[in-house]
Ligand binder design. Structure first.
Ligand code: C5P
Length: 455
């Protein structure tokens, strides 16, 4: 019988179990499976619903959570009532919905501090810009935000708002603050929005939210992930080299490959720092992102954070040249012709690869021809540990969702056929980690005889 079949059978049993009986019930079940079963056996979840159009999906979310054996206490903000009714959520959750911090009847049944302690998880979906701002500020003017402060359970939010609101610096600052406070942020996803526009701001789908909130519990119970304790720094996206305050030289890089690598490295347990040029991709959960514009800023941010980094991946499409001078005022079109003097931008990857005992250095080579030759030359010239090469052109490499690459290192190479950038990123992180370990082992072995001779 497959492991999956086995897991499914036991789940049915687990659903009827109480928390206390778990250990006996699961005796003999492998640890990896037990972790999943514990979640299904009856988590207490507070589902906070704030006032966004995506609130109409919350009855479905409640049902999916209950299908997995969770008890769901819905807490609505006042504006959530505009999008979904208390009656619906009460019917699907099987519990009276809480809306008010000062409701004497509800408080008599279970006070808000008691409710905060009852929860194994606080999930807020949808989370509006307003609720994020209140949480980031530590404000607690209503029941939901009070619970967020009073609980010791993990807090997870699924933001949903218009994409322009999501990109606003104030919202991004609040997102970063919440992430720094340990709040897990799911999405938002990119796509069509209720307002008729397209961009990042859609709430993650209920099924995906349910899958995501179960994941940490699974992870917490298995062996440490391979990159636990390692730090990975990744550059991503294009750079912008200013000609004047409104114009710049840039390229077609979307940042998707770098961000996919950041996500895969994070999933593998690493601390991940992303130094990113301007892109419209969402920063993966748990990844620290430093936003920059020019090659010089990317160089400075990289070197500011490079100490202690184990693996450096240069996925950014950094400008090779930048205007020698950037005009302070907008250049007027008075002359019939003009020329711009360009000077070399700093090579970030080569500078990191030069650091003594520096990180395992991985570069990218985007070429339009002679892939193997150009990539191998770059590997040697920049003194890299590995280079990931791909052909670029129309619908190839840049700005695409899929990619195919050739990977080269000093005494080996491997091909990766066309696949999604996220699947490719997982394979590449696996290979990078293998090569990194090999280099570490080789370095330790060459160091040993030297000690013996000295003795
Ligand atoms: O020399 P070339 O630009 O083709 O090298 C590509 C690799 O070098 C990529 O990994 C890119 O991120 C990195 N690079 C860099 N700084 C530059 C130019 C390229 O880090 N100024």
């Amino acid at each position: 019988m497959s492991k999956c079949g086995y897991q499914g059978d036991k789940t049915q049993v687990a659903l009827q179990d109480t928390k206390q009986g778990r250990n006996d019930l699961f005796a003999g079940i492998p640890c990896r499976l037990r972790a999943k079963l514990v979640f299904m056996a009856g988590q207490n979840i507070i589902l906070g619903v704030s006032g966004g159009i995506a609130a109409y999906k919350t009855p479905e979310l409640v049902r999916r959570l209950r299908d997995r054996g969770a008890a769901v206490q819905v807490v609505m903000t006042r504006s959530a009532n505009e999008f979904v009714t208390e009656t619906t959520l009460q019917a699907v959750s099987g519990m009276p919905v809480r809306t008010n911090l000062w409701d004497p009847q509800a408080e008599a049944a279970m006070g808000h501090i008691e409710l905060a302690r009852w929860a194994d998880l606080v999930l807020i979906a949808p989370a509006t810009a307003e609720i994020m701002a209140r949480m980031a500020a530590g404000a607690a003017p209503d029941l939901l935000t009070t619970l967020c402060l009073a609980t010791e359970a993990p807090v997870v939010i699924a933001p949903a708002m218009n994409h322009v609101m999501w990109s606003h610096p104030a919202v991004q600052e609040n997102r970063q603050k919440l992430a720094d406070h340990g709040v897990r942020i799911l999405g938002p996803e990119i796509g069509d929005q209720a307002c008729g526009e397209t961009g990042p701001g859609r709430m993650m789908e209920p099924d995906d939210i349910v899958a995501a909130v179960m994941a940490p519990i699974v992870v917490a119970n298995v062996e440490p992930p391979p990159l636990a304790g390692k730090t990975v720094l990744i550059t991503a996206g294009p750079t912008r080299e200013a000609l004047d305050p409104v114009r710049f030289i840039s390229n077609r890089s979307s940042g998707k490959m770098g961000y996919a690598l950041a996500s895969a490295a994070r999933q593998a347990g690493a601390e991940v720092i992303l130094v990113s040029g301007p892109v419209s991709v969402t920063v993966p959960d748990g990844v620290k992102c430093i936003n920059v514009e020019s090659a010089q800023q990317m160089f400075a941010a990289t070197h500011e954070h490079i100490e202690g980094v184990d693996i450096f991946i240069a996925a950014a499409a950094v400008a090779d040249y930048r205007p020698a001078n950037s005009a302070e005022q907008k250049i007027k079109k008075t002359a019939s012709e003009m020329s711009v003097e360009l000077v070399r931008a700093p090579d970030i990857l080569a500078s990191v690869a030069k650091i003594n005992n520096g990180p395992f250095a991985v570069g990218f080579a985007a070429e339009t021809e002679n892939l193997r030759d150009y990539a191998r030359t770059k590997l040697d010239k920049k003194n890299l540990d590995m280079i990931i090469a791909n052909l670029v052109g129309e619908n190839l490499g840049f700005d695409a969702d899929e990619n195919a690459v050739e990977v080269y290192w000093r005494d080996g190479e491997q091909s990766f056929p066309m696949t999604t950038k996220s699947a490719l990123a997982e394979d590449l992180i696996r290979l990078i980690f293998e090569r990194y370990l090999e280099k570490l082992t080789a370095a330790t072995q060459t160091a040993l005889p030297a000690i013996a001779i000295r003795d």
